[in-house]
Design a protein. Structure first.
Length: 847
RNA sequence: GCCGAAGUGGCGGAAUGGCAGACGCGGCCGACUUAAAAUCGGCUGCCCGCAAGGGCGUCAGGGUUCGAAUCCCUGCUUCGGCACCA
């Protein structure tokens, strides 16, 4: 072999030729179809959030899906039986918007989008098991939503209630989690959310509030765990019973229950506030107050709540002309109705303690109500208050609190509750912010709720044998957003299953978050016709080992799914308490302008175009290389050329080890001071040290440093290219290790190069992706010498290269003899010499 | 306001108690080329200096430590979440 470039004889790296070819080949070999019944290998269920079929796969999908695929391939190389399914979250609003705007059928719109997205997903070269695909708008899927609903109904976990619900003018009702921001807008369309009184279906998820606070057995990212904890919002305190006082229009004696976290402040209650929706408002309001109270309540209830935009908003409210009696001291205190008290939290009524609550303080100031301090640090009892004193520090005592005065605040609070509890006027109580899950939606494109309204029998569940309740295929929106089911006589009219009389179907459909609350169980038996899930499969494959997806659903999907699994468990359908063992949230890729990518902003990055230009392997690797996976950030394609160059260099060292570049003065020459044997050892050491580090990076999903280390190894090999050791046994070993390490991340180029290298003599070809992950040769990776940084008083002054096993005394002597060290010491004798981290560093301390 | 995450070269980032800036982008210089592209090699935190070398440097200020980007306290900025939750 002459020492000239073989470039002319070596084909160029052409991903557009390689990638489709290997994707077809993998399909033919059924490399990605998981044998779910195979229990001989460790099962590894790797789940990634299924996409909404908006029409196009965008770069954000690549950002979550391709590293997930790298995990799948990495686990397979460890012998695991990996299941990586994919499907589509196919119900939901955009299909209806398209239908209304463009007069297309929602199903057709959705299915054609899915076709396009299947093609795009395949271009990633990901190992999705398409045999397990689930599409939620398929009746074979949504019938089981209906089946679950009927089971929940039987078990008392689903119920219908009339209450004030959050109402979006476009989307109809919303669950509480789907109302966002201080201005209370819809999570999906951004419209301002109103309140309406409606009969709606709920799932009784508050039953699980305490259990949902327990995250043992699942590894969630901390921010998600904290968000869920805050969302569930457990508060401990007491429920106190106040009685109404007799007056000229009312006999008194009605009970008003309030929830408080501060029973220690009970003596400071100087008025009471009921929420506008509180059931006692109407009954207690004095005749001469009626007109004003009704006007206030009417306004508060219909208010779009835009007025609440500012938290600085002045408190409003009106007195209802009745008093309550404070149970601790018999004092009469006036009752107000005010919208700063929420109907849905606690009991919808509060005792107001203006001295120790900011909101009550503001209200008292505005209405000239008394403010009485009942908690103080000792000695400051008489200090005047110019704002609510809410601080909670040790040593506070009760003041102005009758026989409880002088007690520490915490203890005083407990004693007050205990004392009132003796005759049933108080009890310890816990309240949650979490509400039951409102699942009714006034939309066509969702799962019909399987109940029938009969004039004689009331609400009658659809018999299980009649499932699914099919969505009609033809749909006429008549140009408006009103649910077309409400006009569809063929759908509406039905015989009552109970009395056979005329009846009407429920026209509400289910929140699409129902669909996504159990889809990974269905992946395990997507075609099962006699039940939603296959018990054996679920038993052996779930909880899911690893779930990957965005954090934007922290208190929506990620909470609903936990609730759903607990409901399924209570029905005996699954054994586990939690759906997944580990959840990882990747970051979000923003547009180049730092804003969310959206067609309207024109900042969307099209992955198809990048794939055409660089190939899927480059795009995959670039997304992994950009930065930490959980970080995301604004899109910038400026570094993608560097990643593409890296793959070209891998190509070159694999196929053309003896080539030399004319621009390199040192081409073909070993580094100074290295003989053949030393160079061979260097190459092996570099490869095995890289393997050690890269293995660790894969385990921890640190893909950016994984790629960086492979680049380093490639640069090292490039340095030895064209030298006498290139192409030798050690070189070949290093190249093979490089290809193995790169294979999960860049599957096509590594498969191609692996094939071109050819199988070992006498062995048939096998995919690189079926190869076992290599083992580190610790002897080869060991270092013979090490460079030790030398500090004087913590400042770097010199570096010495020593044998790895050198003992401390020897090292010290060596270091102290160095010119630079002696200069830095300037004749002073060392006080201490620190040997850090097993000889990693020496620090000489001198006064 | 409350909860959370984060602030490191021109840029993406690395280092989570021990050599700050790995790796890549960008930039500069060079090789190859008639030329350009591609490719290859070198340099590239800031300041002083011809150089050797020195000083400064991880949002700001303080602290702990032989030693701090990393731990603690105070403050600032950016991003995400919550929205009168009694």
């Amino acid at each position: 072999m002459t020492a000239t470039s073989d470039r002319a004889r070596v084909e160029r790296y052409d991903p557009s030729e390689i990638e489709p070819r290997w994707q077809r080949r993998w399909d033919e070999l059924r490399l990605h179809s998981t044998d779910l019944s195979n229990g001989s290998r460790r099962r590894y269920y790797l789940l990634t959030m299924y996409p909404y079929p908006s029409g196009d796969i965008h770069i954000g999908h690549w950002y979550i899906k391709t590293p997930t695929d790298a995990i799948a391939r990495y686990r397979r190389m460890h012998g695991d039986n990996v299941f990586l399914p994919i499907g589509f979250d196919a119900f939901g609003l955009p299909a209806e918007n398209a239908a209304i705007a463009r007069r297309v059928n929602p199903r057709e719109w959705t299915m054609s989008n899915i076709d396009n997205m299947r093609r795009q997903l395949r271009s990633m070269g990901a190992t999705f098991d398409w045999d397990a695909e689930v599409v939620t708008c398929d009746p074979d899927y949504y019938r089981w939503n209906q089946w679950f609903f009927l089971q929940f109904l039987k078990a008392g976990l689903a119920y219908r209630a009339n209450s004030a619900v959050d109402w979006c003018p476009n989307d109809g009702t919303l669950a509480r989690e789907q109302v966002e921001g201080a201005d209370r807008h819809c999570w999906r369309c951004g419209a301002k959310v109103e309140k309406r009184d409606l009969d709606q279906w709920y799932l009784r998820v508050t039953k699980y509030a305490d259990e949902l606070l327990d995250f043992s057995g699942i590894e969630f990212p901390d921010p998600v765990r904290i968000q869920q904890t805050n969302w569930i919002g457990r508060s401990e305190g007491g429920e106190i019973v106040f009685a109404t006082a007799p007056s000229d229009h009312h006999p008194g004696g009605d009970e008003i229950r309030v929830f408080t976290t501060r029973p220690d402040t009970l003596f400071g209650a100087t008025f009471m506030v009921l929420a506008p929706e509180h059931p006692l408002v109407e009954r207690l309001t004095a005749l001469d107050r009626r007109a004003e109270v009704e006007a206030y309540v009417a306004q508060a209830v219909t208010e779009t709540e835009i007025e609440r935009l500012s938290t600085e908003r002045e408190k409003t409210g009106v007195p209802i002309g009745a008093d309550a009696i404070n149970p601790v001291n018999g004092e009469r205190i006036p009752i107000f109705v005010a919208d700063y008290v929420l109907a849905g939290y606690g009991t919808g009524a509060i005792m107001a303690v203006p001295a120790h609550d900011e909101r009550d303080y503001a209200f008292a100031e505005r209405f000239g109500l008394p403010i009485r301090r009942v908690v103080a640090a000792p000695g400051s009892e008489d200090e005047p208050l110019d704002s609510a004193y809410v601080a909670h520090s040790a040593g506070e005592v009760l003041v102005n609190s009758g026989e409880f005065s002088g007690l520490p605040a915490d203890e005083g609070g407990r004693r007050i509750v205990d004392w009132l509890a003796r005759d049933g006027r108080a009890k310890a109580a816990v309240t949650y912010r979490l509400r039951d899950w409102l699942i009714s939606r006034q939309r066509y494109w969702g799962t019909p709720i399987p109940v029938i309204h009969c004039e004689r029998c009331g609400i009658v569940p659809v018999p299980e044998a009649d499932l699914p309740v099919l969505l009609p295929d033809t749909v006429d929106y008549a140009g408006s957003g009103v649910n077309p089911l409400t006009r569809d006589e063929a759908f509406l009219n039905v015989a009552c299953p109970s009395c056979d009389g005329p009846a009407r179907r429920e026209t509400d459909t289910m929140d699409t978050f129902i669909d996504s609350s159990w889809y990974w169980y269905r992946y395990l038996s997507p075609h099962k016709a006699d039940g939603p899930i296959d018990d054996d499969m679920v038993e052996s494959w779930t909880p899911v080992e690893q779930y990957t997806g965005g954090a934007e659903h922290a208190v929506m999907h990620l909470l609903y799914a936990r609730e759903f699994t607990k409901m399924m468990r209570d029905l005996g359908l699954v054994q586990q308490n939690e759906p997944w063992k580990r959840v990882f949230n990747q970051g979000q890729i923003l547009g180049a302008d730092g804003e969310r990518m959206s067609k309207s902003r024109g900042n969307v990055q099209d992955p198809d175009e990048l794939v055409r230009r660089y190939g899927a392997d480059t795009v995959r690797l670039f997304l992994m290389f950009m930065g930490p996976w959980d970080q995301g950030g604004p899109w910038s394609g400026s570094g993608i050329g560097g990643v593409h160059r890296f793959l070209n260099r891998v190509w070159t060292i694999t196929l053309d080890p003896h080539g030399r570049e004319p621009g390199d003065a040192d081409a073909g020459i070993l580094p100074a001071g290295e003989d053949d044997a030393a160079a061979r050892a260097q190459v092996r050491a570099a490869a095995h040290r890289t393997l050690r580090a890269v293995t660790e990076d894969y385990e921890r999903f640190h893909f950016n440093t994984m790629v960086a280390r492979l680049m380093e190894l490639t640069n090292t090999l490039f340095r030895y290219r064209g030298t006498p050791i290139a192409g030798g046994a050690e070189w070949k070993e290093a190249v093979r290790l490089l290809l193995f390490m790169l294979a999960p991340a860049a599957p096509h180029i590594t498969e191609e190069l692996w094939e071109r290298l050819g199988p070992p003599p006498g062995k048939p070809w096998a995919s690189i992706h079926a190869h076992r992950w290599p083992k580190v040769d610790e002897v080869a990776a060991a270092e013979a010498t090490r460079e030790v940084p030398v500090q004087v008083n913590g400042k770097l002054r010199d570096k010495v290269t020593v044998a790895t096993g050198i003992d401390q005394a020897e090292l010290e002597a060596l270091v102290l003899a160095r010119d630079k060290v002696r200069a830095a010491l300037a004749g002073r004798a060392p006080d201490r010499i620190i040997h850090a981290g097993g000889g990693r560093l020496v620090n000489i301390v001198v006064r």
